[in-house]
Design a protein around this ligand. Structure first.
Ligand code: FE2
Ligand code: FE2
Length: 504
């Protein structure tokens, strides 16, 4: 990112170690301004609009929530992130639900996750801002277009007073607005001054028919040119055709009613073209407004989603980060397998919420720091159906219900809860299942140590075809080989003793 004021990141924490760590993590992405307390953070905010604000809750001077409230008042669209002590998630959840903050992270921080969230939020804020600017410009254009109004404008250039009077009288019977520019006046300037529906050239030697017709069309290609001649002349009629005139009228002149009808006919095309333009503006504006509303709704869903995931993580620290990692792995796998953007987005949401049903699993089973008994495992299995029924209530999450319900199904039909097999398991479900297993194998849990990725793939190889999809596993291996999973896989576990067995 460039070194512009828009790309400033404000970080506030009274712990110098955390300030330094974050400043280093974001050094490549932003110009980082660090504050050591709440008052300093507020002073930095008053100095100008940053790209994002990331603050600690417990600080002298002002709390993180107070700093972010101030940020919201000054710059409602700037992403606001809060860091809290791990025992203070309730307050942060409240703040997220009231729309005061966009994300919160419990300490100790996983810097990679925080960085990804900040970059993601800043990118979203920028694209929303671009959309708003575009909308403003469109509204101005539309108003300009409307300001031209519904009156047909006729401009008469040159010619004798008698011929001009005749055309003007006919135009007035139709309530057209008529502007007359007599010979000697600055005709090009008069043409430039307004977008006429019809330009009537009262032909004589004092006016340059070709130049004026060209100018009228270049001011607005919809403008119709009508040439009114003295005596009929074939070469003049040909010239009229050549310059794109829509009518050529010569003496003897038609009566007033006929003349008015011919002017009206000439004006019809520009008017309908302009109406079409107005409609197009309306359509584009409506489209953009819809996109804005959709973006806003999407933001609300994301907030809800984030709050639900954090609620689960606050209870079960062992799944903390798991859903974010599975989402990251799944989306990259989906990209490798050629899924379109919409399916990638569903994949991301489905992966983020795949274990959400664990909210409904009792503490003594969910938090048991040892391997589960068969009966307890039956209880854990209900997280698939609980998750599906939780999300079924929310319209926007309908499309991810199959992922949440099906992420423990196996290709040979021995999975749960529906014992689906083969083709009945969608590609999205296969991707999330494989990413889930890969992350589970490489993370350290209370009852097992994490494996190194190579070891994990070795274990996974044994269940290709029976449990996991070979093509999906192939894509994951390719991503790993290219180093594109390094930032996602947890590799900080103690692996010196080798992995303990994994329960699929
Ligand atoms: Fe699960
Ligand atoms: Fe999982």
């Amino acid at each position: 990112m460039t070194d512009s004021p828009l790309h400033e990141l404000i970080i506030a924490d009274d712990d110098a170690g955390i300030r330094d760590m974050l400043a280093r993590a974001f050094a490549k992405d932003f110009r980082v301004s660090a504050a050591k307390d709440g008052a300093e953070a507020i002073a930095l905010l008053d100095r100008g609009r940053p790209a994002a604000v990331l603050v600690d809750e417990m600080m002298p001077g002002a709390t993180g929530t107070q700093v972010l409230e101030h940020a919201k008042t000054l710059y409602p669209d700037v992403p606001r992130l809060l860091m809290t002590a791990s025992n203070d998630t309730e307050r942060a959840m409240g703040a997220i639900n009231r729309g005061e903050i966009h994300r919160f992270y419990s300490k100790p921080l996983k810097v990679i996750e925080v960085r990804r969230a900040v970059l993601d939020l800043v990118e979203r804020a920028h694209s929303e801002e671009a959309l708003r600017t575009e909308l403003r410009a469109l509204r101005v254009l539309k108003e300009t277009s409307l300001a031209r109004g519904f009156i047909t404008r006729v401009v008469l250039l040159g010619g004798s007073a008698e011929r001009g009077d005749r055309v003007e009288a006919a135009a007035r019977t139709r309530n057209f607005a008529v502007t007359r520019v007599v010979a000697g006046a600055d005709m090009p300037a008069a043409l430039m001054a307004q977008a006429a529906d019809v330009v009537v050239l009262l032909r004589d030697d004092s006016i340059d028919v070709r130049a004026l017709a060209l100018l009228a069309h270049s001011v607005d290609e919809a403008t119709a040119v009508v040439i009114v001649d003295g005596e009929p002349d074939v070469s003049h009629a040909v010239e009229a055709l050549e310059v794109g005139a829509v009518d050529y009228i010569a003496a003897p002149y038609p009566d007033e009613a006929t003349l008015a009808r011919r002017l009206e006919r000439a004006a019809a095309r520009p008017r309908s073209l302009r109406d079409m333009r107005r409609l197009t503006f309306d359509l584009i504006v409506a489209n953009r407004e819809l996109a804005m509303a959709r973006k806003r709704a999407e933001q609300e869903h994301l907030k809800l989603l984030n709050a639900m995931i954090r609620a689960l993580e606050a209870r079960d620290s062992y799944t903390a980060g798991h859903t974010d990692r599975v989402a990251g792995i799944s989306v990259r796998c989906g990209q490798t397998l050629g899924l379109d953007v919409l399916r990638q987005e569903n994949l991301r949401m489905g992966a983020l919420l795949h274990d959400i049903g664990k909210i409904g699993v009792r503490d003594d089973v969910l938090l048991k720091p040892a391997r589960l008994s068969a009966a307890e495992f039956e209880v854990i299995k209900t997280h698939t159906t609980i998750g599906a029924s939780l999300l079924r209530e929310i319209e926007q999450f309908q499309c991810i219900v199959p992922i949440v319900r099906g992420h423990h199904e196996k290709l040979d039909g021995s999975g749960y809860p529906d014992r689906l097999a083969g083709e009945a398991i969608s590609l999205e479900v296969r991707i999330v299942s494989a990413s889930d297993v890969l992350d589970a194998l490489t993370s350290t849990r209370p009852y097992r140590r994490g494996s190194a990725p190579e070891e994990a793939f070795h274990i996974i190889d044994d269940v290709i075809g029976s449990h996991l999809d070979g093509a999906v596993v192939g894509a994951l291996k390719q991503l790993h080989k290219e180093g594109r999973l390094t930032d996602l896989l947890q590799t900080d576990g103690d692996k010196t003793d080798g992995p303990a067995p994994y329960r699929f």
